[in-house]
Design a binder for this molecule. Structure first.
Ligand code: PBG
Length: 324
């Protein structure tokens, strides 16, 4: 008998064999495309640290969402850049706020597109924190009502699902309660349950103009060193009524995703965040990596680790690649 007896290379010999035993396959169904809405008309302004992404006024937003729909992408996640900010982030829950207008415009034009919304205050507060600030700290309990109002205003504007990203304790229960009381018990919540205080959000913060004006987000976002805490955070949000649990960022936290896949029996989302996307784009622009191949491998790895759905700025190019 030849040594070794088992030869893994036998099943790598032909593409047909490789296809037969492939364990994970990406599909366009896996993608959610994040988009940035701005006030105004005729605006499609490139976001420098996120090549291929734009600030879009509602008229152009619809065109981009149409492109995503034509590629069969099932859902978009909307972020808004308000015209004005204040300490309480009132534009976050204004009926005529930018996201509320964007939701309505998209749903009117493309009712079959699923619209998710990021529920947070940081783009809307003048201090750039995700909640109400009192004596230099973010006041958890005072923020909950503002978050619930924000979520409700999104749903009233037509959002199909809300995704709170603020990391206040107890916000899932608060939002669930408000939506239920107001007759929206059918609207699911995707909780940014396991959101780390990550430097990979850098390009997003310049895109969304949401860098904190003092301090940082470490008093509410998770310490990157912690894994057990991720299980506790996710379990809490399951108990509070979340429908989907998110891990964010994705690539530096694949161990967390794989672990939650074992421990949590709800669908898992992963956010392939701005810094992850920007790194690939930068290396691609330098001619150092084959961009689309690295993107596909990255998205595959996120799915293999346990994600049932992936938020990614590369959704459109990945969908095109899968279509080839
Ligand atoms: C809002 C929010 C952030 C991101 C999504 N929602 C920024 C942050 O928490 O600082 C980051 C997304 C990305 O980096 O792509 N709280």
């Amino acid at each position: 008998m030849l040594f070794p007896e088992y030869r893994p290379r036998r099943l790598r010999e032909k593409e047909s064999f490789r296809r037969m035993i492939r364990e994970t396959a990406l599909s366009v169904d896996d993608f959610i495309l994040p988009l940035f809405a701005v006030e105004g008309k005729g605006i499609k302004k490139p976001i420098e640290p996120l090549p291929g992404q734009f600030h879009l006024s509602c008229d152009n937003l619809v065109k981009v969402v149409k492109e995503a729909a034509d590629l069969n992408i099932p859902a978009v996640m909307l972020f808004g850049l308000p015209g004005k900010k204040d300490p309480l982030g009132t534009q976050a829950y204004a009926a005529d706020g930018i996201v509320q207008k964007a939701i309505k415009t998209v749903k009117d034009a493309l009712p079959d597109m699923t619209v998710l919304t990021d529920v947070c205050l940081c783009q809307y507060t003048d201090h750039g924190h995700c909640g109400m600030v009192d004596k230099g700290t973010v006041d958890n309990d005072a923020t909950l009502d503002l978050l619930a109002r924000t979520a409700l205003s999104h749903v009233k504007a037509g959002a199909d699902m809300v995704a709170p990203s603020d990391m206040m304790d107890g916000r899932i229960a608060e939002i669930r309660g408000t939506l239920d009381d107001e007759g929206y018990s059918h609207i699911p919540i995707m909780s940014y349950a396991v959101k780390y205080a990550s430097s990979f959000y850098g390009p997003f913060r310049s895109a969304a103009d949401s860098t904190p004006q003092f301090g940082d987000r470490r008093s509410y976002q998770m310490d990157p060193a912690n894994a057990l805490e991720a299980v506790r955070e996710a379990t809490m949000d399951v108990e509070e009524g979340a429908d989907i649990i998110m891990v964010k960022p994705a690539l530096p936290y694949l161990d967390i995703l794989a672990r939650l896949k074992q421990e949590i029996d709800l669908p898992l989302a992963a956010y392939n965040v701005s810094g992850e996307y920007a790194m690939i784009k930068a290396a691609e622009m330098m001619g150092w990596v084959d961009g689309i191949k690295v993107i596909m491998e990255t998205l595959l790895s996120i799915k293999r680790a346990g994600a049932d759905t992936i938020l990614t700025y590369a959704a459109m190019e990945a969908a095109r690649e899968l279509d080839k």
